[in-house]
Write a protein of this length. Sequence first.
Length: 324
Amino acid sequence: MEPDHKQLVQLLPLLPVLAELGRTEHVTETAELLGVPQSTVSRALARASAVVGTELLVRDGRGVRLTPAARTLLPYIEQALTAFQAGLDLVRDESDVVRGRISLSFQHTFGEAVLPLLISAFRTRHPGAAFTLSQGARNACLDELASGGSDLALTAPVAPPGRNLSSAPLYREPLRLVVHHSHPLAAQPSARLADIRADPFVALGPGYGMRSLTDALFREAGYRPRIAFESQDSHTVRGLVSAGLGVSILPPGGDAPGRTVSPETGNLGWVEVPLDSGLAFREVGLSWRRRKPGAEPVPVRLFRDMVVTEGPGLLAGLVRRRSR
């Protein structure tokens, strides 16, 4: 065996460890992410340094840092792992083995259109894939993801990346003031938070993504709303507003049930008014746990990759229509 080829054979099993070390620059964190003892990471690093012939990681105070040699190698390691994963996924696709189950938690507001569109696009390519769906408040969705109860979480606001969490934004949509059709603001082209200071407010409960967003809006406006009702569902919030029991702030919801007073509508009806605030939007995104290489099921990875790369385009028409 030629020396260069022998070096490659020795380094190949160490590439996932080196790639993770390159991202974290922390031996303990790398060990936790890969699910191996810290000593295993240290030994892998020592073996890699011996094969390469130069140090790849050096002590820097209480931490460590990559050497110039490691920084030079890292992009090539990432490319090699990415290329191999792409080939493996291709083989599995061609072999029609994408039949596993994908567990997805999501907020209620995505169940009517956003999530069905994404699942439909994926099932067109992989009809054998199955889904387990769990819906709830944003905090509950992220807690379920962190505990391993779900593979992915669709939330707004999108969860910030963390030590064991990755995420990607998909789209941004405006937030609207929702008022009864006879409210003085119903005919206005826009509204400010100051305009509803005296109105009773219909809110989603603590732990919901919209609650954190509305709390931030009111903090910016400099006052606390008079919360008349707290609900666990945006449809109920709209219903209470539709009955004239308060106002609310929600993402676009489509057409109102009617503005005409009649026995059929019972004077029910709501109107969405654009909000004049730089914070009046929500960013929707997908989150997933960081796992050691090879531990993520193929269907989960393929669905995640499709949503992250193609989701914004797949959902663009829906977002434009809802945001008019």
